[in-house]
Design a protein around this ligand. Sequence first.
Ligand SMILES: [Fe+2]
Length: 490
Amino acid sequence: MKGHCLAKSTGRGTPGATAIRYLLRLVPSLKLEYIDASAHSLTGRPAEAFYKNARLLIQSLHPDDRAAMQREFHCPSGALLTLRWLRPDGSVIWSEHRLTALLDPLGRLTGIDGEACELVNGSSALLRRMARTTGELRFIPGSGAGRSIGRSLMDLSEAQAVMMLEVDRNRLAPFWAEGVSLQDSAGLLDELEPLAGGLAPISQALYFGPPFASRSRMGAALRQAGWQAAAVCVLACQDRLSALGVCLYRQPPDWSADLQGCLAALSQHAAVVLENARLRSDLETARLESVLALARMMEARDAYTAAHGHSMVGWCERVARRLGLAEERIESLSWASLLHDIGKVGIPDSILTKPASLSAEEWTLMRQHPAIGEKIISSIQRLQAAAPIIRAHHEHYDGNGYPQGLAGDQIPLEARILSVVDAFCAMIDLRVYRPARSPRQALEELKRCAGSQFDPRVVRAFLEVYREGAEAQPEDARFTARWNSAPGLG
Ligand SMILES: [Fe+2]
């Protein structure tokens, strides 16, 4: 696998454009065997720089294109990629890239034969950008729709900034922006609002900038905010105007019919994506409301479960913070603590409120509630992370819990926290089948079971948090409203 065996670059792609060919060895380690000397005119970097550091082949690309190139490096598909070289002087060169796998006799990947050719034809580059941006939009998750649409518009338009504005009853509400301060754009937003009010619900791209808008109010508002031109992409779906994507330029772009057509087509596609995201969000909200209704129904059946779930949220949050959990994990734990016994909806009243110890058969039923709870919660996207916590909230640190008999670190840390707090709150509450214990007795019991039922690290954190709470509040007010707040829906 020697460089001198390679044919010179074929120049495949745009006729007359700069092209390079290179050969990478992957085994035993990443090493560049050969690259055309013309690498300099394409990438702005001398060939020697790539010999010194083969990873520069990826690092010289636009940040948004590196992941695609890395994927090809791991598994060359031979597909034609459109990638941007980011030259040291800040200029961007569009290129077509193709990687071919070099295999040993056993079929193992040992190297890569790479070829890159500059795209000098504007329409060709635009169409490839169009293909890529629409492809990216197809795979975005619902919650990131605004960001993904904004990024796609920015990529296709080559604008320096983009604002995404939701249109609601002729009012505009910014929901994503990049490269622009919304505070500095107040005048521009004032001009856009009446424009949105008069627009037909058709996906299209409008241009504001020289020479058409040099004396218009919109042109003046743009210049005042430091911009020379704007492409306003109108997103409309099912006869409804849903959003505006405002692409802002420091220098007037080459506003061609091709660019206008591509932006209009992307706007149409983006409007459908946005509508789907909205429908998914509505569905998610409906599911969440169903679960909350179920939780409220549980509260009506069993007053103990109601008070118990609410009082646990605050304790769980404070212990989790003491143990250094990230905010998103704490939020999931809060949901889990509030809904941890929702699976009891599947347990008959005769067992749930029985004023005596349960029989072995009744216990078998009762022990199903973590799994039932997990199943209910799993249907809601935003509560997904709470589901395994709920499933494991009766596992014991020594492996003697249920439903799976997990032990130690096999049990999610959030579930170990929930287990300690659940036990403490249960002990100090009056139950139909036994009197309440004092907080002091409950704390002693936690200490006694540290290492067997409970994670000793969590018990330690709980004792510290409890002590601070006790110092801050009078004894009889300890379990009042301070701990009763449920996590919000926002
Ligand atoms: Fe439970």
